[in-house]
Design a protein around this ligand. Structure first.
Ligand code: MN
Length: 238
């Protein structure tokens, strides 16, 4: 009866890549993690959307700026249009079906673009006054503070109004997608969390999958996500 949680992957020349931390976090929270290979086959994407109870959009490279109507600017990193297409299509279908979506780092940006939003292609060049969002500390340690919106789902889940998070991104959400609210911000104003008003649709710019073992509140994100997916699964079975 455990919910099936799809986890997106990056692709390389001859394989797929995703760190093991996402699957471990989902498994630990009571979900059944399944890794999703990138595909352009719409029928397969629809099959995934129907079978999955929740979607975890993982971290990775940059989004192709053409997806939000921009030319590539200096500072843009590597992009993979096939992965972008797959994740955006799958995310849109999950949203239409009212199924839970958790976006992490790049995944939050995918969620934002899926809803029609835009991205800073490179924080260093476009927001030179911003904080250091590429921490030098180990990835399982926190580096900058985030303040959470008082009435948000994210705050309810994390059970705190502010916390320190890890940070390894050079892109960030610029204009919010339709129906999304910015519910977490760093002290430089960079958006670190977004969510929808209804259902469980949440994005965080940090990497909770690298933190839950040492920072208890981060584990609650995965627990709440899996719980929301279980609720959807039960509804669709009844
Ligand atoms: Mn950050």
């Amino acid at each position: 009866m455990n919910p099936l949680i799809g986890i997106t992957c990056g692709q390389e020349q001859e394989g797929y890549s995703v760190t093991r931390y996402y699957s471990e976090a989902i498994q630990r929270a009571g979900g059944i993690p399944v890794l999703l290979p990138v595909t352009g086959e719409q029928i397969l994407i629809e099959a995934y959307a129907n079978k999955l109870d929740g979607l975890l959009l993982t971290g990775g490279d940059d989004l192709d700026p053409v997806l939000f109507g921009e030319e590539p600017l200096r500072g843009l990193g590597p992009v993979d249009p096939d992965r972008d297409h797959f994740e955006l299509e799958l995310c849109k279908l999950l949203l239409v079906n009212g199924k839970p979506v958790l976006g992490i780092c790049r995944g939050m940006q995918v969620l934002n673009v899926a809803c029609g939003g835009t991205i800073y292609q490179d924080l260093v060049r476009q927001l030179p006054e911003s904080l250091e969002h590429r921490q030098r500390a180990p990835k399982n340690r926190v580096s900058h503070q985030v303040v959470l919106d008082s009435s948000s789902l994210l705050r309810g889940v994390l059970k705190t109004s502010a916390l320190r998070v890890n940070s390894f991104h050079h892109q960030a959400v610029k204009d919010l997608g339709q129906g999304l609210k910015a519910v977490a911000k760093a002290s430089d104003g960079v958006i670190e969390g977004v969510e929808k008003e209804t259902g469980f649709v949440l994005g965080v710019q940090w990497h909770p999958e690298r933190l839950w073992q040492d920072y208890e509140e981060q584990g609650r994100l995965f627990a709440a996500f899996v719980k929301a997916a279980l609720r959807i699964k039960k509804e669709s079975c009844s």
